[in-house]
Each structure stands twice: as C-alpha cells, then as structure tokens.
Design a protein around this ligand. Structure first.
Ligand code: FAD
Ligand code: SF4
Length: 457
C-alpha cells in the first residue's frame, strides 16, 4: 500500500504565539500513526536516489520500509550503522539540499519527510534503549573537542576497543550542539543522552581542559596517547571591520548564543549578564543568524534580519526560515551595514546601504553590489553579527609543526592525517564552519584511519 498524498505529513508544532515566550522545542515530533502515514509515501525506488544525497549514506529506503512494518528498533539499527547521532541529524541536517533533494516524490510534490522520520525513529529508540557497553583494552587515544566530530570518533574507537579520553575546553560537552544551537531547536537532553551513551561505552571525558594552554599536542603524545584526533571546531567569530563594532551592544552570534544556551541567560532567575535590546539587528542569513534572531525574539525584542542578498539566497535551513517568519522576524533583504552608530558608548542605530544582485560569484550565488548613495539608518540598540566563523588560532600557535591553510584550517590528507605523525583532524577545524553531518562523518573516517594505522603498527 502506498500513500499518494503529495505533501509531507504535517509536523505537530508549538503554536507560534506561544513559543516566542519560551525556549521549549518548536517541532514536537511525529506520532506512530503520522510516521507510518508519512513512511507510506516512499515509493521504494530501485536505485535509492535519496541515499546518495546523504553524506553518510544512511540506507533510507530500508529504514523507511521498517517504519511501515512497525519495526522501529530495526529502523534505528539501520540508521545507526552509518549515523551515530540520528536524533540530532533528524533535527538539524539541511535535508532540503541533501537526502530530500534527491527524493523522487519531490518532482511532482513534496519529498518524503526523511529528516522527520529519522527523528521519529531516534526518539523512539531513546525512550526504550538498552545500555550498550564495550571492553576498552587497546591503546589510549586522545580526542580534542567534544562536538559532533569528536563524539563520533570517540564512539567508534571505543566500540573498537580503544581507551578514549575526550578533552573539552568548556565545562559542558557537545560543542556547538550544546553552546550554539538553541534549546528550542535541539533540546540539550538529546546531546546529554548521546554523551551518556558514550560514557557507558567506556569513553572518558575531561572538561575545562584547553589543549594548547594546559598542555599541548606533544605533551599528549608524551602522556602515552598513541593517536590524537583534533576536532576543535571553528569557534572564532568574524566581524565586518566597520566603524562602531566596539560599541556596547554589539555581540558576535557565538557570544550571544553562548550566553543564552550555555549560560542560560533566558531563565528568569539567571545571573548571566546579557543586553536584551528593544530593537535588534542580526546581520547574516545562515543557521547561526536564524538561531540568534529567534533567540532575541524570545528575549522580548523586535528583531530585524539584515541580509545583503535576497530571500532566495538565504543559506539557512528552510524550516528555520519558515519558523522565524511565523514567529515575527522582520527580514531586511538586499541591505548591508556600513557603520554602527553609538551614543555614550552604546549602540543607537546601524547605517546601511541598499544592494542589488549582479552576476553569480564562486559560490554560484548572485554577487551583491552596493547601490551608490542609498545610505539609510535603522534605529536599533543591539547588533548581533552572524557572519561565519573560523578555527581558533590557539592550537595552531601552540603546535608549530601543525600545518594550516590561509584560513587557519588544519590541513589533512584523505585519511584525516595532519602534517604530524599519528595526529589527525576533522570537522569544522579542517573545513571551516560546515554541518553536523559532515563533521560527524569525518570523525568516523578518522576512527577508521586510526584503527587501520594502529592495527598495522
Ligand atoms: P564544534 O561543534 O565546534 O566542537 C568543537 C569543540 O572543541 C567545542 O566544544 C570547543 O569548545 C572544543 N575546543 C576548541 N578548542 C579546544 C581546545 N584547544 N582544547 C579543548 N577543546 C577545544 N549545522 C547543521 O548541520 N545544521 C544546523 O542547523 C546548524 N546550525 C548551527 C547553528 C549555530 C548557532 C552554529 C554555531 C552552527 C550550526 N551548524 C549547523 C554547524 C554545526 O554545528 C558545525 O558544523 C558542527 O558543530 C561542527 O562540529 P565539530 O565537532 O567540528 O566542532
Ligand atoms: Fe538526511 Fe541527514 Fe539523515 Fe542523511 S543524516 S538521511 S542527510 S537527515
């Protein structure tokens, strides 16, 4: 039996009017009936085009057919073969440009809601999971950074029997999943659950340890670690270098989101200092910009998303843009800041110019060009810069033999090996800001590379 419905089974949501007053999860997840109804839309295409769209090649056709059969645990095991963080990926992967973009149903209607089904299966499993354990007797491995890349690598190595220690600079584990992506999109319990599972597998975690400060990569080797995986992400925010960026009331999105997510500034009794702002301008159009803007809405501000290209070019996940619109974000497209205006050291406005789109640039998107003498001022008292990030130079500066490129990204070969013997790297630290699934897939690749290398030594 096939469900011939042309559109995705709607996802239950918290009402937009209610949710802008809280940080609870927006999308509530499919029920069993909704998941099976959606799974029945899958045509079971012979060549599984959707799987080719997934960076870790989840066997999508198989897990969807297992949902139809009501065998949700087998569906979970099918996904878990290649994806160790399905509850996260089901929520944050940009499915519309990955798996769902290849779905045949998308030609004449909407694609099958693969991400929502993945989330359903992962959540179902999480409520019933049994503890997986392993015996870790092989060599000691150090993983630096506990984001999705570090966690994926640590998990695979522990399952192979290695003694893994993850060193994390912050006091909380999970990298961007913990300090960046807000609770209303990715509840922190999901990340904590993944970390707990790794602990049960035997992975040891040390928080508040900054590698490059407390001890460096060579010292880790001297402590007996046979291989080291550097998964330190890209946490250094970029600014525009325009006048006024030093005023009080200008935040990087990373700082703003860290205060809100990690330091819980959104809680009523929180002692974390944060400027709230009556009218906030968020500069940028990616996921980070949407997260900062939707967080500012929930902090009670009127929020403008200022983006130099048009709506078509917004790089954020489609679902986040739609949710942001429903919640009342105001989009100022084809607008670029040139100066932040201040009074007595505080932000009072942002001078912008209007833009128009010219020929496509290297990214394939049409290049924004300034319209002469189109300057105007947006009155605002908070500006959040969400312009992308690059790797923190701390590791590079403390590790002279570690080769990096002109953007500060660690250079690796096809196995994830750096310029240093038995030192590997992956995730945003090697690519610059990318996606959870790519960071995770590189962590898994390096786990395989380390195992191959150590087995043969
Ligand atoms: P990270 O997640 O950055 O983790 C690196 C970890 O290393 C951090 O915990 C850091 O504290 C630690 N560390 C750094 N230096 C050291 C050191 N010297 N010693 C010890 N520890 C160190 N991607 C998506 O696919 N979908 C989305 O919807 C999405 N939304 C995003 C929203 C925001 C706000 C942000 C910031 C990013 C978003 N991304 C999204 C991108 C995605 O989160 C990243 O690509 C991914 O987290 C990278 O994983 P990673 O493990 O390489 O690094
Ligand atoms: Fe799609 Fe991401 Fe799941 Fe792959 S991991 S099937 S890209 S949602």
């Amino acid at each position: 039996m096939i469900n011939t419905q042309k559109t995705k089974t709607p996802m239950p949501h918290q009402d937009a009017k209610l949710r802008i007053n809280n940080f609870d999860e927006v999308a509530l997840g499919y029920t069993v009936q909704q998941a099976q109804n959606e799974a029945l839309r899958c045509l079971s295409c012979k060549n599984s085009p959707c799987t080719t769209g997934c960076p870790v090649n989840v066997d999508i056709k198989k897990f969807i057919s297992q949902i139809v059969e009501g065998d949700f645990e087998s569906a979970y095991q099918t996904i878990a073969k290649t994806n160790c963080l399905p509850a996260v990926c089901g929520r944050v992967c940009p499915q519309e440009i990955q798996c769902e973009s290849k779905c045949v149903c998308g030609i004449k209607g909407q694609p099958v809601a693969i991400g929502r089904l993945e989330r359903f299966v992962a959540d179902w499993h999480a409520q019933r999971q049994t503890t997986q354990t392993s015996t870790c007797t092989k060599q000691k491995i150090a993983v630096v950074g506990s984001g999705p890349s570090g966690l994926a690598c640590a998990g695979d190595l522990a399952r192979l029997g290695y003694q893994v220690t993850v060193f994390e600079a912050l006091h909380v584990l999970g990298g961007v999943l913990a300090y960046g992506i807000p609770q209303f999109r990715l509840p922190k319990e999901i990340v904590e659950n993944e970390v707990e599972n790794l602990k049960k597998l035997g992975v040891e975690f040390q928080t508040n340890v900054v590698i490059g400060k407390l001890f460096d990569v060579d010292e880790l080797k001297n402590q007996g670690y046979s291989a080291i995986y550097l998964a330190t992400g890209a946490g250094l925010p970029k600014f525009m270098n325009i006048p006024g960026e030093g005023l009080s009331g200008v935040y990087s999105a990373n700082e703003y989101l860290t205060r809100i997510n990690l330091m819980k500034a959104y809680l009523e009794n929180s002692t974390t200092p944060i400027l709230k702002g009556k009218k906030v301008c968020v500069v940028g159009g990616g996921n980070v910009a949407m997260d900062a803007a939707r967080s500012a809405l929930r902090m009670g501000s009127e929020v403008h998303v200022v983006y130099r290209r048009g709506e078509q070019e917004l790089p954020a996940r489609k679902e986040e843009i739609e949710h942001g619109k429903e919640e009342g974000l105001i989009f100022d497209f084809l607008t670029n800041p040139v100066k932040i205006l201040g009074k007595d050291g505080f932000v009072v406005g942002m001078e912008c110019v209007k833009m128009q789109l010219g020929q496509p640039d290297a990214s394939g998107r049409r290049r924004p060009e300034e319209i002469p003498q189109s300057n105007f001022v947006i009155d605002c008292d908070l500006v959040i810069m969400a312009l992308g990030t690059s790797p923190n130079p701390l590791l590079k500066n403390s590790t002279p033999n570690l080769q990096t490129d002109k953007w500060g990204c660690i250079v690796v070969d096809q196995n994830g090996q750096t310029s240093m013997e038995n030192v590997y790297a992956g995730g945003d630290a090697t690519t610059g800001s990318a996606t959870v699934i790519l960071a995770m897939s590189q962590g898994k690749l390096v786990a395989k590379s380390i195992d191959e290398k150590l087995k043969n030594q």
